[in-house]
Structure formats: structure tokens, C-alpha cells
Write a protein that binds this ligand. Structure first.
Ligand SMILES: Nc1ncnc2c1ncn2[C@@H]1O[C@H](COP(=O)(O)OP(=O)(O)OP(=O)(O)O)[C@@H](O)[C@H]1O
Length: 419
């Protein structure tokens, strides 16, 4: 069977966080595929990679037998239309102008649109129930109306593939069915490949032939809708008790969420003390808490965004008053917290006179022979506001055994080695 899209070992990172983790799959021509998965699992990011809006760090995408990178903007627009989640448009075009733009890839340079172009636009607008809005300003219609207009533009583009990110999120139940019926008709009658991110599993079950299930940046499974929509598979991804039955009216599978599965978090017997501030600890703190590490922080200033996160997770912290230099008292608390952990990590927090004493904590831990890491995106610390004293101290600490770790993923691998 000919393939519409092939993803080979796709990996994508935002900063140092892996969002799409080595994903591969193939989508056959003329299929209707839905991407589902819990919030934050990477669905929109995957769609943006397929749409060439983001570039993968590793891996390749083949669209209709050619590498995605090899298409010019115009030739890509003839192959593929994209309906993004965010449909706000920053210019004051009429609805009609917007849909007409869908014809641009087909109109030769310096030529006007032909009567056939105009008739395709009208047909797309009638099919999406947007013709009556044609003279309105795109920014003066409702979110649901705008969503239908963008879908009309995608249809007018006459692509071979349409990618849609949550195309029904702003639509009422009538328009949800209307839009999905329309996509199904395009798929069945014109052979357009549809790839849509949908949160509503019942709509996914009703309309798609195949489903891709994402979880934490990984592709958990891809297969025929009936094979993926099972209690065993969905329960695990969504952490929900659920019942799946066949709807006697539509003949489609119907998912009934029953209750949350309260998983006992597997606690690791490893303590990590983090010296951070200004949001530099955010990603690391979240991941470590999520993975069951015992995390302590400090010294951090009250009101700081890392401190706020610590409060949210109810972490033990050595705290200092906002904008104040570290006092002997809070330093003592931090030493005590660090003493009770297995590892100490300093993030890329800027070093100033206010938090300079945090470096003493690292030194004391190194003197005890503990593993002490400096998490850096780059070997050279960039934020020293102590006229070089901070840098000198860091150099001294490196000579004493402070280990520089580039990136959160590497840090997590090192922590995994500790039992
Ligand atoms: N611009 C960005 N910068 C940094 N991180 C981002 C950015 N956009 C998304 N992320 C992160 O990437 C991860 C995946 O996000 P994505 O939007 O792809 O997930 P999703 O499955 O579509 O989520 P949802 O169901 O909530 O729409 C999330 O942890 C998110 O916080």
C-alpha cells in the first residue's frame, strides 16, 4: 500500500527536554488517522513536525515519496494543508479572502484566480457552512466560526493530506459532527489523507480508521481503531477506570470514563538537593518529583518561581526572604537538607552576592565525598554577577570534584545509576 507520510526515528527537544522520543510510523494514502493521548504527551508537537512547522532534531519525514525538507513552500501547500489549534489571524481580511488564499498554491505568478478557483472556494465554504459569513471580518466572528473558515481554506487548497490539530475544540455538537462528516467524505470520496489530533476519544473512535496513541513523548501504539480502543491500552495511558461498549445507534465504540486510577507513586530511595532559583530548576524539579525522588531545595528566596514550585509540591526548602542575602540561619538549614540527600545539583542559576553562599553548600558536600553536579547547557557558566569571584569558586569546586553535566536528560541518566 502506498504511503502518505512516513516518520523515521523522529526526535524533538524543547531546550533540553525530549518532547518526541524516537518515534517511527507509516500512514497509508487515503487513511483517516487520529492522534490521541493525555495532555502534554506531544500530539501537537508531532503534528507541527509533520507540518514542517518545527524541524526534528533527529529523524526524517517522507511526504508522498519525497523528503518533507525537499518541498518548496508552494509545492508543499499543494500536497498538504494544515489546520492549527490556534486560528487567530493578525490581519483584517474578510472570511472570503481567507478561504481564497487556499487557492494561492494553484494560481500561477501574476495571474488572477480563475472562475474554477472561485467555484472551488464557494463549494468549500458551502460544505463548511461558512458561505453566509463571506463578507465578515475574520477577526469579528466567533472561535467556532473561525475554525470552520480555516477548514474551508484547507479544503479549497485541494491538498492530498490535511493535518488538523483539535479541529472540533471550539465547535458545538452540531458543527463537530458536521466538520468530521465533511472530513470523512473528503477522505472517502476524494481520497484525502486525514491526520487529526483529537481529545474526544468517542469522536476518534467514530471517525478514524487508525489511531496513534501518544504518552510522554512516546508512541505507545498505532493500529486499527478497534485494536487500540481497548480498556487495557487506554486505561494505562489515561490512568482511568473505563468501560468500552458498542453504541447501538452509531455502531461505533463508546468510551465511558468511570473513575481515576490513583496510582501509588513508586518512591525511589534517593534524595536530591537542588540549588536553583529564577525558574532554572523548574523542569528538573517537576521530573524528579514525578519519578519519585525525594527532592529538597535551597537556599531559595521566597516568591521566586522555583520556590513557588517547591511550595506546590510541598518540598522541604531552605528559604530566605525575597531579595535578601542568604543568612547564616537559612544556610544552616540548607546544609542540613543537603546532608540528608544522596546527590546535590546546582542548576544554571545566576550567581550574585545574594546567593553566593550557596556555593559553600556544594563545597561542604564535596568535602564529604558526595556526588555534586553542576547542570549546565554549556561548560562555561554565563551568569556571574560577583565580578569573577563566583567563577573562581566554581573552578575551585570543579577541581574538588564538581561534575559538569550538560542537559537534563544526561542528568536523569546519571541519577538512574544511583540505587
Ligand atoms: N514552545 C514550547 N516550549 C517549551 N515546551 C513546550 C512548548 N510547546 C510545548 N511544550 C511542552 O512540550 C510537551 C508536549 O506539548 P504538546 O503541546 O505537543 O502536547 P499535547 O499532547 O498536544 O498536549 P495537549 O493535549 O495539552 O494539547 C509539553 O510538556 C509542553 O509543556
Amino acid at each position: 500500500m502506498a504511503k502518505s507520510l512516513i516518520a523515521n526515528n523522529l526526535t524533538f527537544k524543547y531546550d533540553e527536554s525530549t518532547i518526541i522520543d524516537n518515534i517511527s510510523f507509516e500512514i497509508e494514502k487515503k487513511s483517516f488517522v487520529t492522534i490521541i493521548g493525555p495532555n502534554g504527551s506531544g500530539k501537537s508537537t508531532l503534528l507541527k513536525l509533520l507540518a514542517a512547522n518545527l524541524e526534528p532534531e533527529k529523524g526524517t519525514i517522507i511526504l508522498n515519496d519525497n523528503e518533507l525538507n525537499d518541498y518548496s513552500t508552494k509545492s508543499l501547500a499543494k500536497e498538504m494543508a494544515v489546520v492549527p489549534q490556534e486560528t487567530n489571524i493578525s490581519y483584517d481580511f474578510t472570511v472570503y479572502d481567507i478561504v481564497l488564499m487556499g487557492r494561492n498554491p494553484h494560481i500561477k505568478r501574476f495571474k488572477k484566480e480563475s472562475p474554477q478557483d472561485l467555484s472551488i472556494v464557494k463549494e468549500a465554504m458551502e460544505a463548511t457552512n461558512t458561505w453566509y459569513l463571506r463578507d465578515r471580518n475574520i477577526n469579528e466572528i466567533s472561535g467556532g466560526e473561525r475554525q470552520r473558515v480555516i477548514i474551508a481554506k484547507a479544503i479549497a487548497q485541494e491538498p492530498k493530506v490535511i493535518l488538523l490539530d483539535e479541529p472540533t475544540s471550539s465547535l458545538d455538537i452540531h458543527h463537530q459532527i458536521e466538520v468530521l462528516d465533511l472530513l470523512k467524505t473528503l477522505n472517502k470520496e476524494k481520497g484525502v489523507t486525514i491526520v487529526a489530533v483529537l481529545h474526544d476519544m468517542n469522536l476518534a473512535a467514530r471517525y478514524s480508521g487508525e489511531i496513534i496513541l501518544m504518552h510522554k513523548g512516546n508512541l505507545i501504539t498505532m493500529g486499527k481503531t478497534e485494536a487500540v480502543m481497548t480498556v487495557e491500552i487506554l486505561q494505562q495511558a489515561y490512568e482511568m477506570e473505563m468501560v468500552i461498549e458498542r453504541n447501538s445507534y452509531t455502531g461505533c465504540l463508546q468510551i465511558h470514563p468511570i473513575s481515576l486510577i490513583k496510582r501509588q507513586k513508586e518512591l525511589k530511595n534517593v534524595g536530591v538537593h537542588i540549588i536553583c532559583g529564577g525558574g532554572t530548576g523548574k523542569g528538573l524539579i517537576q521530573t524528579l518529583v514525578d519519578r519519585g525522588y525525594r527532592v529538597t531545595l535551597g537556599v531559595v528566596n521566597k516568591g521566586d518561581s522555583d520556590w513557588e514550585l517547591g511550595c506546590m509540591y510541598n518540598l522541604e526548602m531552605a528559604e530566605e526572604m525575597p531579595f535578601s542575602e542568604i543568612s547564616d540561619n537559612s544556610l544552616q538549614v540548607a546544609h542540613k537538607l543537603a546532608n540528608s540527600t544522596d546527590v546535590v545539583i546546582m542548576t544554571e542559576v545566576p550567581i550574585g552576592w545574594g546567593n553566593y553562599k550557596n556555593l559553600d553548600i556544594l563545597e561542604a558536600q564535596l568535602n564529604q565525598g558526595k556526588r555534586v553536579y553542576q547542570l549546565c547547557s554549556n561548560e562555561n557558566i554565563k551568569f556571574d554577577y560577583t565580578g569573577g569571584k563566583g567563577l573562581n569558586k566554581i573552578q575551585l569546586l570543579r577541581e574538588k570534584g564538581l561534575i559538569v553535566v550538560e542537559g537534563k536528560d544526561k542528568m536523569l541518566e546519571l541519577l538512574e545509576e544511583i540505587k
